[in-house]
Design a protein around this ligand. Structure first.
Ligand code: HEC
Ligand code: HEC
Length: 294
């Protein structure tokens, strides 16, 4: 018995050692729970603004009903109100002003925030001079306090866009969505639906000018971040099927300027027109440059 035990201990240690090494290389650079400075480092007045800013990110549709046209909040896509690595807000204050093809010019952080209000929130921009905008910025400055360059950590530089996605099979997408129980968290729409996760389509969802209405962005989001807590478990093909199925359902139409004044638009926003063309086989998914030929 004793001998066996003595042999087992070093073997176990080697085994555990190997595991923790692997984890260190997978779990990149930082522990997100330690990246933020304690609130107590800020003055009371600043703390108030930071807390209001955080609340605006978590309860956006409740606090700003005039500016939100669906029932999403920033936290509906920016997990943990930007405190995690998924669509993070850590370091965001270091990234702006920044050139954006969609605007065809350099945009400020305030303008970028309002981009999500107009498109992802299917709403209206907030006044850049308002207390609310100030609170948004204070909260992002707080999350970014220990960051001093836009590429300090790898997770800050992610483009959230798949370079190419496998050609989707929409019918298979309906089955994959059911198999992964996506709708157990995502109510479809309307008051009767269980709605612990945001609506994925319908009047309460993001509009067709939002980044996620692009097949390359929705596929990336689903592949990397969903199902919640199990990101990375779907295959590229499954994520593509599900993204295409979601984008084939109706959603609000973006009414503003579509942007890309320099003609360099990515072309894969699934607008109502594109959706109809796809339904009627007037076009094919592989017509999008981001979708691989079959
Ligand atoms: C439907 C999903 C969705 C919602 C809701 C949403 N966003 Fe976003 N947001 C995105 C995506 C996707 C990106 C990044 C990719 C892109 O540019 O399209 C992004 C990017 C951003 C960026 C730029 C981040 C960077 O690193 O450059 C800011 C700032 C931002 N969002 C603010 C907000 C705010 C504020 C709200 C709430 C009022 C909000 N977003 C709600 C999807 C969403
Ligand atoms: C355990 C609950 C849960 C499951 C299961 C789940 N999600 Fe989510 N999903 C969420 C939550 C919560 C968010 C909000 C962002 C966050 O916290 O990560 C979200 C965000 C999203 C978004 C962006 C928000 C928006 O307005 O569309 C998409 C797209 C999405 N999920 C798709 C899926 C798909 C596809 C599946 C199945 C493969 C899935 N989710 C499974 C909880 C879930």
């Amino acid at each position: 018995m004793k001998i066996k035990f003595i042999l087992l201990v070093p073997a176990l240690l080697i085994f555990l050692g190997a595991c923790s090494n692997d984890e260190a290389s997978i779990e990149e650079e930082v522990d997100m729970s330690t990246i933020r400075p304690p609130l107590s480092e800020f003055s009371e007045a600043e703390q108030e603004k930071i807390k209001y800013g955080e609340k605006l990110n978590t309860d956006t549709h409740l606090l700003l009903p005039e500016n939100v046209g669906n029932n999403l909040s920033c936290v509906s896509c920016h997990a943990g109100a930007g405190r995690t690595k998924d669509l993070t807000f850590v370091g965001v204050t270091e990234k702006y002003p920044k050139y954006m093809a969609r605007a065809g010019k350099e945009v400020s952080l305030e303008e970028r925030i309002n981009g999500c209000f107009s498109r992802s929130m299917n709403g209206k921009p907030i006044d850049p001079e308002s207390e609310e905008m100030e609170a948004f910025i204070s909260y992002y400055e707080y999350l970014s306090k220990d960051i001093d360059s836009p590429d300090q950590y790898e997770f800050m530089t992610v483009q959230h866009t798949a370079e190419s996605v496998p050609a989707p099979n929409v019918e298979q997408g309906a089955q994959d969505l059911a198999r992964y129980n996506c709708l157990s968290c995502h109510g479809q729409s309307g008051p009767e639906a269980a709605n612990t996760g945001p609506a994925l389509w319908g009047p309460d969802s993001f509009n067709d000018g939002a980044g996620l209405s692009r097949i390359s962005k929705l596929q990336y989001y689903i592949k990397n971040y969903m199902p919640k807590g199990e990101g990375g478990t779907l295959s590229e093909q499954e994520a593509s099927n599900i993204a295409a199925y979601i984008l084939m359902q109706d959603r609000p139409e973006f009414e503003g300027e579509r942007g890309f004044p320099n003609g360099d638009g990515p072309g894969d926003y699934i607008t109502k027109e594109k959706r109809e063309a796809l339904k009627e086989n007037l076009m094919d998914w592989t017509d999008f440059k981001q979708v691989e030929a079959e």
